[in-house]
Design a binder for this molecule. Sequence first.
Ligand code: C2E
Ligand code: CA
Length: 519
Amino acid sequence: MKKTKIQRVLWLCTTVLVASATYCSVVVLLLIKVWTSYEQLILIEEERITREASNEYRLLRELHNRYGEVGSNCDNILLQAMRDAEFKAHLLHDFLYLERNSIVCSTRFGVVNKLLELEGFNISTNSSDVRFSPSSTVFSADGSPDHKEMAVAVGRFAAYLRFSESALHELNWINNGVFLVTPENVHYLFGDESIVPNRSTQDRVISWFKDGVYHSQYCRNNNLCIVIQTNVWDYLASKVFVVVFLIVGFVTLNALCVFVVSRYHTKYISLERQLLRGLNKKRVMCSYQPILNLESNQFDYLEVLCRWVNEDNEVIRPDFFIEQIEENGQSKLLTDIVFRKAVEELSGAGLIKGLKFAINFFPSDISSGLAKELIDNVLGKELESRLTVELTEREIHDVDSVISEIRRIRKSSSLVAIDDFGTGYSNLQHLEKLKVDKLKIDKSFIDGIESNTLRTKLVLIIVELAEALDLVVVAEGVETEGQLKKIKEMGIHYSQGYLHSKPLPIDELKDFIDSSKTE
Ligand code: C2E
Ligand code: CA
């Protein structure tokens, strides 16, 4: 595979990986947020119930305190006291009075003749602690076992605890259970019995993933823990629409990334190769930006600016490819194409004799003699005075040969301008040596010119310097009326910028010049 192809594949793979990872993380975070909002609802509900339940244990404790310790008979007074307690209770029902493990009497059956055993409690204790039996038998009227429910006891008094009265949730993908958790023991209280809580209750809130199930455990000081299980697959199965949406989102995002990256790659990364095979007269275009003569108020001058049309037929501005041109060693070719094309188009439009024009050159074009060669061969004696050679803001390596070439160019009556003055090599020392005709003040100076800052003063100094050296001054990047007014006051000779016109193709330039003359 070619180097650029490998590079492209690597770029695409990296992008898909990064996009997928980001997408999945965001989706997981969003899902956890949704789940925790359900959890909060469950927590509120559970808390209400456990608070209510512990309030009701008080009723058992009161019975125990009044009747339990003396070992009362199950007479009417005791039964009435138990019925009063049941009346007050909401979650506890069927209050029982026990002898060892057997029911002596209950609010439902009165005194029980048959031996009904209530499993799970050690009744011999006299303590007033609340004890739980997760599944105790509930008996029917004839004394046969009916079903199992959780029972709570204090001393000899017990009752069944029915949490099912509160509809916690009806969602099949989320379960919860309440447990008393100690490092040694887990005591199920209510909810889903199959849930296995985490024993490390020092951490009050913990969450973990196991077998596709997301668990959250919330523990309070008395080791009462609520464990909430979210079954990821059940959740997704119940939300087919969400799953489809997520898959479509995933595919779209990746497709978009692949599209953008391959476009970016074509445009910038494979620029080198595209330029190497596609820098030709057909793909290089010239744009012409009119420049206003501030003395005559005429557009009698313009700058030629090149554009390159890439393999996707996009018009690329020089900022994106000039550097690559230099790296590819194609600067000479570009200058040659632009120069010949501009002269050809300006002549074809009948503008070459009426207007002066500037063309940008690389320093190497000057030092190698290319600029002079083009002036002689393409423009000739008749037109050479129309041209201004703009020296772009690049490092000059061989100052001496540039200086001698500039001298030759100026001898042939073409002019030389220093571009982007103030930003690069064009320091005062060079200015003295280079002996040019024009200075173009960089846009960055013009930008702040209205606000009387240091830049305004610098522009004034540049203008004074230019006057002393007898140089024509052009302001670049003029965008507002205020800037125009200011540069006029300063005595600058030419104004170039979007305020007047953007760079135009040759036919629009012709219309522009024609209409500016009739105004
Ligand atoms: P530059 O020589 O400083 O050219 C002026 C740049 O400023 C042009 O950008 C022009 O479109 C832009 N400009 C003009 N007025 C305004 C304005 O009011 N506001 C703003 N924001 N920008 C304005 P462009 O055409 O993209 O050219 C960029 C640079 O590429 C040129 O800067 C020049 O250094 C280089 N360049 C352009 N064409 C050629 C060429 O044919 N040969 C060489 N060697 N360099 C070129
Ligand atoms: Ca320029």
